[in-house]
Ligand binder design. Structure first.
Ligand SMILES: [Zn+2]
Length: 245
């Protein structure tokens, strides 16, 4: 389509349905996409995909340390963004989870995927698994927010395939949001199981994907379910859209 015509149509559409910045909520200018220019410029990237021993990776590995009798490779961990309670960037994962903003979810998932693909820590990932929702919650919401992110990430990683059916949430757990520390681990402990271990194939590096990383309890519970079916040579890493600072 002619560029000017396209811009004019967008201008008319903006008048009818104003587009807002996903982070701060300000009306977007014509050339802006999802984020306003100041929010895009200040995007709090973690750069964890470039640091093996980052705080998220250390926390995750501390949690999974006792998951199997034999030693297994260090699990890499990275999030795209930091967020805090008062940060406007908190609205990015929340837009996907609570406001059905799949467009924003796909956009930031693709960004995370490109960064992971360029990192030697993640470029060899050959299987991507989203943290599953319980079927009743998925039915209620209509989609799994972790699945939206996992799909975008898998698309960007050159050797990866996506599988949304291997991991299964066997019971409906209460929300993790208001729980602290040990209560979070207790809440999700044993909540996941492998449905079709045969589908793991001969993968060497699995990436479990979720929307946010707080204490790592949910991802560690997924790790526990997977580790029983994976040999000691298989690396299991994690990636999320956001991570609590
Ligand atoms: Zn903004």
């Amino acid at each position: 389509m002619n560029l000017n015509l396209n811009t004019s149509l967008r201008a008319v559409a903006d008048l009818a349905f104003p587009r807002c910045c996903v982070a701060c909520g300000r009306d977007l200018l014509l050339h802006e996409k999802l984020l306003c220019t100041p929010c895009a410029a200040d995007l709090p990237l973690t750069w964890y995909w470039q640091q093996r021993d980052n705080p998220m990776a250390l926390r995750f590995n501390e949690r999974i340390r006792d998951d199997a009798p034999s030693a297994f490779p260090f699990g890499h961990a990275a999030a795209l963004l930091f967020y805090g309670a008062a940060s406007p960037y908190r609205n990015i994962p929340q837009a996907l989870k609570y406001r059905r903003n799949l467009r924003a979810g796909r956009f930031f998932a693709a960004m995370l995927g490109r960064l992971l693909a360029a990192s030697p820590l993640f470029s060899d990932v050959d299987l991507v698994l989203p943290v599953p929702l319980h079927w009743s919650r998925r039915w209620w919401r209509g989609y799994n927010q972790a699945g939206v992110i996992a799909r975008g990430v898998a698309k960007a990683l050159p050797a990866a395939r996506l599988d949304t059916r291997i991991l299964r949430r066997r019971r409906r757990t209460g929300t993790q949001t208001r729980l602290q520390g040990a209560a979070r681990a207790e809440n999700v402990s044993g909540a996941f199981r492998l449905r079709r271990p045969g589908r793991l194939g001969d993968c060497r590096h699995i990436l479990i994907v979720d929307d946010v990383f707080t204490t790592g309890a949910t991802l560690a519970a997924c790790h526990r379910a997977l580790r029983v079916a994976c040999g000691p040579g298989v690396r299991i890493s994690v990636a999320t859209l956001a991570c609590v600072r």
